[in-house]
Design a protein around this ligand. Structure first.
Ligand code: COA
Length: 185
């Protein structure tokens, strides 16, 4: 889902503050915190691990996201000193967009991916977004299963989206129930 979420984002008063916390998921104690430049090496290493040695997101792309505090939120989950997973999203008026997510291979399938994704969805609700979107490679069935389970539905296909191998991207959307939010307020 990497790449070019480079549409025009309007600076605005978004609540993207984040207080670190500790939680246990699938028996793993994780420290969840906002990512910054100090996590860059770990982010690149984890990315290389999940994508068999390649890093779809360059150091430059990560840095750019990590520094956009006004409309971008990037979270890391550490198990002790080891990065277990990360998730990134951008927010704008009415919409959140998941820009990246990965979980360390040996920690996959125990709920960490869903947990991180839900943190970003909660943040979208908090900022009055009516939907969350993402792109996923059409051949990444595993990630698509996770997204569907959480409630994302296919929206449309972006042909030839990934520059390195010309694979199409499936654009998926999760509509947020504004009524539920209003009732909770
Ligand atoms: C996609 C990705 C982030 C998912 O992370 P994850 O931590 O494995 O996700 P979860 O554990 O929440 O869910 C994965 C599966 O484990 C299952 N699971 C979760 N907790 C479980 C538990 N306690 N016991 C058994 N199964 C469990 C889920 O039901 C889910 O099953 P499904 O595949 O049938 O939907 C991970 O596979 C990854 O990093 N992939 C490589 C990078 C990538 O493709 N990123 C997405 C780019 S768009």
């Amino acid at each position: 889902m990497l790449k070019k979420f480079n549409q025009l984002w309007h600076p605005q008063m978004l609540d993207l503050s984040f207080a670190p916390f500790t939680t246990t998921i699938g028996g793993h104690q994780l420290q969840i915190m906002r990512a910054d430049d100090d996590h860059l090496i770990d982010l690149l290493n984890l990315e290389s691990e999940v994508y068999s040695g390649s890093t779809p997101w360059s150091s430059f792309s990560f840095k750019r996201e990590l520094r956009k505090h006004r409309n971008s939120l990037y979270l890391v989950a550490y198990e002790g000193p080891s990065l277990a997973g990360f998730v990134g999203a951008r927010y704008n008026i009415g919409e959140g967009h998941i820009t990246n997510i990965a979980v360390k291979p040996r920690l996959q399938n125990c709920g960490i991916g869903a947990f991180l994704l839900n943190l970003m969805i909660d943040r979208a609700r908090l900022n009055d977004c009516c939907q969350v979107t993402l792109e996923v490679r059409v051949d990444n069935r595993r990630a698509q299963r996770l997204y569907r389970r959480i409630g994302f539905v296919p929206n449309f296909v972006r042909k030839d989206y990934y520059v390195t191998d010309h694979v199409d991207a499936l654009d998926m959307v999760l509509k947020l129930d504004q009524k539920k939010k209003e009732a909770a307020d």
